[in-house]
Design a protein around this ligand. Structure first.
Ligand code: FE2
Ligand code: FE2
Length: 374
């Protein structure tokens, strides 16, 4: 009896997937969720599995209409976007849990395809002209709080230089590699803290947020993409990983407490943090493009990773230094956003909304054109 139970248990263990679904979800997020969410918002993906309804011979305008309105019906059929129709449409396309589990062979999106953010948060795509005009200006502390935050940042900056062995005059690639991973790992925290606090504040006070939640979520995602791009270029050692954990657990309570007491002070602190990031990336771009430096010796001519090309819409032969230049531009934008919110009166309209709208229009148009050309 006992032997029989052991044999049964062993057989189950052998055929069991390597990790339970919950554990896989916690570790990696749900790739199935990504797939099904994309299917819900991307009509072209829907039509891929149902080409009989759309047909290959659509006229361009009708295709565009189908793309913009999410129709999977024949182009001449009437589109009724009532609540019921939308709900029915959802029911017909939303995979049941049983279906999602039963169809693991469904094609995955590649990492590079997922790095195109047109379907989630739209990042600003920098033009060459904008990249040339990135400023490295710094904010002069005015209030006591400004001076305190600037002092904290100075201590952190020089301590960080010491720990990472970063010599700004001629930095070694190794010192930069783990500096960037730790920096970007931490830089994704404040935006999320700000977005979270503002979200809950709006819910409990029944007040509008004027779009700032989105601004900070986009900033957090932008920093996380910086991290993912850096991880395509450098290995994270166990020490680097430990420092990322320490930075997150050490600094998040400080940021959250500061935001709870005085939101403007946290934004000022982040503004100073972004100034140091601008300083670092500006130096890296300069050194990588200057013959005779350690960075030029190792990094000159390195190709940009695919996810960076998709995220910033870089050309096919883009280099690693182009990524550094785009990260520099992103950091300068974070600096300006956070210094702006450090002094913006409570309840004031978000001055960055119009830019978000322009970025979205541009991404949506580019996405529609790309689909029409497929
Ligand atoms: Fe960053
Ligand atoms: Fe940043």
């Amino acid at each position: 009896m006992l032997l029989s139970r052991i044999a049964t248990t062993s057989a189950r263990t052998l055929v069991r997937p390597r990790a339970a679904p919950l554990a896989r979800f916690l570790r990696h997020g749900s790739s199935q969720t990504v797939r099904s969410t994309a299917a819900l918002i991307d009509p072209a993906v829907l039509s891929r599995d149902d080409s009989s309804k759309v047909g290959p011979g659509l006229h361009a305008a009708e295709s565009l209409d189908a793309l913009l309105h999410g129709s999977t019906k024949k182009p001449n059929a009437q589109n009724d976007f009532t609540e019921t129709a939308v709900a029915d449409g959802y029911a017909s396309i939303a995979p049941t849990r049983a279906q999602t589990i039963a169809q693991p062979e469904q094609p995955e999106f590649t990492e590079v395809e997922a790095a195109d953010h047109a379907w989630r948060q739209t990042n600003h795509i920098w033009s060459n002209d904008e990249l040339d005009r990135v400023s490295i200006e710094k904010h002069e502390p005015v209030t006591m709080s400004d001076h305190f935050m600037k002092g904290v940042m100075n201590v952190l900056y020089h301590g960080f230089n010491f720990v990472t062995g970063y010599d700004p005059v001629d930095p070694s690639p190794r010192s930069v590699a783990w500096r960037l991973i730790i920096l970007e790992s931490f830089a994704g925290v404040p935006g999320f803290v700000a977005a979270g606090f503002r979200h809950f504040y709006s819910l409990r006070t029944l007040k509008r947020d004027h779009g700032a939640i989105y601004t900070f979520l986009e900033e957090a995602e932008n920093e996380r993409m910086h991290l993912l791009v850096c991880l395509k270029m450098f290995e994270a050692s166990p020490v680097t990983r430990a420092l990322c954990v320490a930075a997150q657990f050490g600094m998040t309570p400080f940021l959250a407490l500061t935001y709870a007491v005085h939101p403007g002070s946290m934004h000022r602190f982040v503004g100073y943090l972004e100034e140091t990031a601008v300083q670092t990336y500006d130096n890296l771009v300069e050194k990588t493009t200057t013959p005779g430096t350690k960075l030029h010796d190792e990094w000159d001519g390195l190709a940009a990773p695919g996810i960076a090309k998709a995220y910033w819409k870089l050309h096919d032969d883009a280099k690693w230094v182009d990524c550094l230049q785009h990260m520099l531009a992103d950091e300068s934008h974070h600096r300006d956003v956070n210094h702006t919110f450090a002094t913006l009166p409570e309840g004031a309209p978000n001055p960055f909304i119009s830019q978000h709208m322009k970025d979205f229009d541009r991404a949506a148009t580019a996405h529609a054109v790309k689909k029409l050309n497929q």
